[in-house]
Design a protein around this ligand. Structure first.
Ligand SMILES: [Zn+2]
Length: 106
């Protein structure tokens, strides 16, 4: 049991590092970096599946479901506030929308 936990911890650490790198690459705004960023996201997902750990909440919503972009506002996604519903809509360049609630759900 102990070992399993350790493996999970390491896997989670790798996922975090990969996604941090993905963010850094995305911010560079060039095609080669963009490809790398997507690769990092793909690897992070694979590690997650392989070791059955999920991507941490605070990072999960930043990964586009449609194309695997790591969303960085102003670089590859736009942000729109939908105050009537209490969420921010992150719109990826591929057209995929991600809703992030900033009001607590009732
Ligand atoms: Zn996308």
């Amino acid at each position: 049991m102990r070992n399993e936990r350790l493996v999970e911890k390491i896997a989670l650490g790798r996922i975090r590092t990969l996604l941090q790198n993905a963010e850094a690459r995305t911010t560079e705004r060039n095609d080669a970096s963009k490809k790398l960023a997507r690769r990092y996201v793909g690897l992070a997902r694979k590690i997650g599946m392989r070791y059955k750990v999920s991507i941490p909440k605070e990072l999960k919503w930043r990964v586009c479901k449609g194309c695997g972009n790591f969303l960085v506002p102003g670089v590859n996604c736009g942000v729109r506030l939908v105050s009537s519903h209490g969420y921010a809509a992150y719109v990826c360049e591929c057209g995929e929308e991600r809703h992030v609630f900033y009001k607590k759900a009732r």
